[in-house]
Design a protein around this ligand. Sequence first.
Ligand code: ADP
Ligand code: AMP
Length: 218
Amino acid sequence: MKRKVVVFCGPPGAGKGTQARNFAQARGYRHLATGDLMRSERESGSPLGRRFDQYMRAGKLVPDDLVFDLVSQELELAGEDGLVFDGFPRTAAQAEQLDIILRETGRAIGRVVWLEVPTQELVRRLSGRRVCVNCGQVYHVDYTPPPASGLCKNCGQGPIVQRKDDEPDIIRNRVASYDLQTRPLLDYYKARDLVNLVDGVGSTETVSERVATAVVTA
Ligand code: ADP
Ligand code: AMP
């Protein structure tokens, strides 16, 4: 049987990437982060990457049809692997489409981990976030500063930079998109008894322990 699917949701800066990456590594699941995939496509300079960039730089969600194409491609590569979705789904249409694709491929969502962090802390996290362009490893200037050498601790390369969309005006747009388009999914998944609300405040390790406790069976 194909292994299960865990979805990480929550507002921008809640720690989805940090936690989803740790969780996937610990369980041997495939980490599928739509934001990371879009940034790689953008770095490649392809026409599709330019279309993504147009929305990402403004802090708006990329249109659903482009996101579906990206996710479908990745699922074809996934084989029997367990999957950790990070930053997908983000709209009602994406959630419905995910259900359809999963059913067609003989999978099911095992758990939705919904990370909760107060807005003030989100802004602090996003404005201090730094990422490795090469591998996507996430740092924070105060909490988990990048190595002084400038070389990423995960891949030994770099550069480690601030994301273009982690500037105050864009952060505001992203939080607004979340409130309007993504937060409603909480009820969609709660109605199916799939959600674990996880307190995202505390050290990364403490939050990882909460996540591991929430997702015992998936
Ligand atoms: P998301 O994927 O939800 O946008 P990230 O995982 O990229 O969030 O985390 C956003 C920022 O907050 C990063 O700089 C990351 O290092 C930092 N961060 C993540 N988890 C914690 C935590 N538990 N405590 C403090 N900072 C955190
Ligand atoms: P993230 O890395 O998850 O913070 O995503 C960064 C940006 O990529 C978002 O602000 C959106 O512009 C775009 N993006 C990532 N995932 C999605 C998605 N599932 N649907 C629409 N846009 C997305």
